[in-house]
Design a protein around this ligand. Structure first.
Ligand code: NDP
Length: 389
């Protein structure tokens, strides 16, 4: 029987993965969560997992109590999350949010597992390191971000050298139709109202600021190995076309479907087969019309910063992501405004670009994590200088 693990099982992607796995004949090796002990234990019991790991080590007694009599082993701490990812498995879902997903994903690749990659931060911060680690261990990475899954599916059987454009669609997020002069006043509740997708809080806010799309552009460049100029972001409010690829004969292959992450997760789970999935079917007549537009770079500075990061290369992606994570923390805590998130990331990039390592390609995870640490410190210092941290 196929052995599978889910890193970040208690999150939004984790829940969708759980829903699909509960319908399959699989042996579940490890499930991990951050702090949600009750849900982790419930899932581990339902799927008869070998081990359940909670990242917060203070919660080990609670997890043990919740798993009592189940036969599921309990463990805690970030090292235990990474250790769980080294347990032999054929397929591992990487769905921890943020840079915390990096080391566990690397560990899964190190044991040769197929890694279903939802954690977009992995390729943004450490693309070359992760891809060469996967190659060295004969491991495969399958994209789970709906856009990257769409592109991957459009490229099936095609020659990448015939690609002229990758059209990465974006809903525009919760604040797409707000007047520019109101954006500075957007609250946490405003940024959390995504029009189409139901996702974790952090990615929903990143969709409103377009930092999510900025991360995806960098992720696409790394994963598909294309020039940044090949990737074009298109605003598509209905989130029906999940992305598209244009070839040199002018043909465009688009992937369409209901906005449901089980499309992309199910594709990665069953690849190279295409299995039936419990997702809503599209009715073109009911849909009526699909609309598209170009993004306004003044409204979405995150897209401009992504272009600068791709041009800079080296460890700039690690700085971009880490500063973005701190900016998001500070916005969620009500300590900086919506537009200040991009200002903070830009300031952190400017400050760290003076460091020689910023421009060097990382040779391993340790260098990425060291730069991640420096960038977080710099972002806090800058926010403190603004008198708001
Ligand atoms: P959620 O916030 O819903 O879930 C995140 C998961 O990570 C939870 O299981 C959480 O545990 C766990 N976690 C949080 N912090 C840590 C930590 N320090 N160590 C270990 N585990 C931790 O996020 P999403 O599911 O929305 O997103 C997960 C990843 O997938 C992100 O990288 C996101 O960008 C990407 N993605 C998400 C999509 C979506 O539709 N949601 C679409 C495409 C990509 P707990 O809840 O128990 O604290």
């Amino acid at each position: 029987m196929r052995r599978v693990s889910v890193l970040g099982a208690t999150g939004s992607i984790g829940e969708s993965t759980f829903d699909l796995l509960a319908r399959e004949e699989v042996a579940v090796v490890a499930l991990t969560g951050g702090r949600n002990v009750a849900r982790l234990a419930e899932m581990a019991r339902a799927l008869r997992a070998e081990v359940a790991v909670i990242a917060d080590d203070a919660l080990l007694p609670d997890l043990r109590a919740a798993l009592q009599g189940s036969g599921v082993e309990a463990a805690a701490g970030s090292a235990a999350v990474t250790e769980a990812a080294t347990r032999p498995a054929d397929w591992v879902m990487s769905a921890i949010v943020g840079a915390a997903g990096l080391a566990p994903g690397m560990a899964a690749l190190g044991q040769g597992a197929t890694l279903a990659l939802a954690n977009k931060e992995s390729l943004v911060t450490a693309g070359p390191v992760i891809l060469s680690h996967a190659r060295a261990h004969g491991a495969r990475i399958l994209p789970v971000d709906s856009e990257h899954s769409a592109i991957f599916q459009a490229l099936a059987g095609e020659d990448i050298s015939t690609v002229t454009r990758i059209l990465l669609t974006a809903s525009g997020g919760a604040l797409r139709d707000w007047p520019m002069d109101r954006l500075a006043t957007a609250t946490l509740a405003d940024a959390c109202r995504h029009p189409n997708w139901s996702m974790g809080q952090r990615i929903t806010i990143d969709s409103a600021s377009m930092f999510n799309k900025a991360l995806e552009v960098i992720e696409a460049k790394e994963f598909f190995g294309v020039e940044p100029t090949t990737i074009e972001v298109v605003i598509h409010p209905q989130s029906i076309v999940h992305s598209a690829v244009e070839f040199h004969d002018g043909a465009i292959m688009a992937h369409m479907g209901a906005p449901d992450m089980r499309h992309a997760i199910g594709y990665a789970l069953n690849w190279p087969a295409r299995a039936p999935l419990p997702v809503a079917r599209l009715d073109f007549a009911t849909l009526g019309q699909l609309t598209f537009g170009a993004p306004d770079l003044a409204r979405y500075p995150a897209l401009r910063l992504a272009a600068e990061v791709m041009a800079a290369g080296g460890l700039s992606g690690a700085v971009f992501n880490a500063a973005k994570e701190i900016a998001l923390d500070l916005f969620i805590a009500g300590r900086i405004g919506f537009l200040q998130m991009a200002e903070l990331v830009e300031a952190a990039l400017a400050r760290l670009s003076a460091e020689p390592e910023f421009h060097r390609s990382p040779s391993g995870l340790a260098e990425v994590l060291a730069m991640d640490h420096l960038a977080r410190k710099a972002a806090h210092q800058i926010a403190a200088q603004w008198g708001q941290s």
